[in-house]
Design a protein around this ligand. Structure first.
Ligand code: SAH
Length: 378
């Protein structure tokens, strides 16, 4: 059975051509699937009956199956999704005034092995396919009751031309995995997110976060530029080599140059640098000054993320005063820096804490502070 969540409009139209169906039929079906969150061909009332029967026999609309649905007191919601073979991934929805952000996973596990990341510790299982990536958005819309394009009665959102009245107004590929290491599937999924016949999100409202796979940053810039976040976490190669092994392959010089090239085509005029504040590791005044110097080389905003602890990480979160001081040094140097807010502590959904293994279930019942990621894509 084909899973139609795997197809962008070009792919669906090509398949429809094989079935001797016109391209406008593909657009129609695309809208039913993604705008209406419809997974029942029989309910696609304006699609010819014969086509509905054909589709029913050959295809399905199959998102990953939710294994668990955790709702935080502040409305943040996390789904654990089964992607088969004992693997699961996590998707997090963060509602905020005037927008709702969905944090989407791109891989089951991750091969990059960043020292401070729980996903990295579990190793790499496999790339998610297009339907599994888009399926997270499909499912969130369905489960949040957002399908049908009913506009919200909220002034702040109605004024926004890109909101489309959807509960999920922004997507960030900041869940499990390195999106640029699953390039083709991620780009097809992005195209579906951006397509007016599907989710119609603007490029500025879809953010890819990367640990710095520089050749793939160049490809993204050519093939599907969206907002970009880069996980920096260290202001010099010696420290970054230690924290993020990928830096040995693509060191800071290369990374900054790739960021500058990206900005020539990007929908926003800055890159967001993510910087986890880890006690005694990367959070000194000297680190802040070095980071400020580096940040002056690229149009950027820096997002400080208080480190999120996880069992046996060996790291601790920087004290609040240290983070404040660090941010002050950046601001005094003229760098825009924000600190990711912590809110809620009743489900574990923070950056670097996503571990989708089904067998890890018990670990997830621990409580960790959770943070909103609002500053990153504001
Ligand atoms: N692989 C991509 C996508 C992951 S996004 C990337 O590296 O950008 C998740 C963000 O959370 C990244 O910035 C990541 O570096 C950061 N992160 C990982 N572990 C963390 C932790 N324990 N505490 C705080 N931030 C963490």
């Amino acid at each position: 059975m084909l899973n139609l969540l795997d197809y962008d409009l070009a792919g669906l139209s090509a398949w429809f051509a094989e079935l001797d169906e016109k391209p406008f039929r593909a657009r129609q079906v695309m809208r039913w699937i993604h705008r209406e969150a419809c997974n029942d061909f029989g309910a696609m009332t304006d699609v010819a009956k014969s086509l509905r029967a054909k589709l029913g026999a050959l295809a399905e609309i199959r998102p990953p199956a939710p294994l668990r649905d955790s709702v935080s007191g502040d409305g943040t919601r996390k789904w654990l999704l089964d992607v088969g073979g004992g693997n699961a991934v996590e998707t997090v929805f963060i509602p905020e005034a005037g927008r709702g952000t969905l944090c989407v996973s791109s891989q089951a596990g991750c091969a990059l092995d960043c020292a401070f990341c729980a996903t990295g510790k579990q190793g790499f299982s496999r790339n998610l396919d297009v339907g599994e990536i888009v399926g997270q958005l499909w499912l969130a819309n369905k489960l949040l009751g957002a399908a049908g394009g009913t506009p919200r009665e909220d002034e702040s959102t109605r004024e926004d031309e890109n909101d489309n009245g959807r509960v999920v107004s922004n997507v960030v590929l900041m869940g499990m995995g390195e999106p640029l290491a699953n390039f083709d599937n991620v780009v097809t999924a992005l195209r579906i997110m951006l397509d007016d016949h599907a989710y119609g999100l603007s490029r500025r409202r879809v953010t890819v976060s990367t640990a710095g796979v520089t050749p793939a940053m160049d490809r993204l810039r050519e093939e599907c530029p969206v907002a970009l976040a880069v996980s920096l976490h260290a202001p010099d190669d010696a420290l970054r080599d230690r924290l993020m092994p990928i830096n040995r392959k693509y060191p800071l010089r290369d990374l900054l140059a790739a960021c500058r090239r990206y900005l020539e085509r990007a929908p926003r005029d800055f890159v967001t640098f993510e910087y986890a504040m880890i006690d005694g590791i990367n959070d000194s005044d000297a680190h802040a000054r070095a980071l400020a110097a580096l940040a002056r080389e690229v149009s950027c905003k820096i997002n400080l993320i208080p480190f999120n602890p996880f069992p046996r990480s060996g790291f601790a979160r920087s004290p609040v005063n240290r983070i404040r001081r660090f941010a002050e040094i950046l601001l005094d140097s003229g760098i825009i820096a924000t600190t990711r807010r912590t809110r809620g502590d009743d489900v574990s959904a923070a950056c670097g804490q996503l571990v989708g293994q089904v067998r890890d279930k018990t670990r997830r019942t621990r409580t960790h502070p959770m943070q909103t990621m609002e500053e990153v894509w504001s």
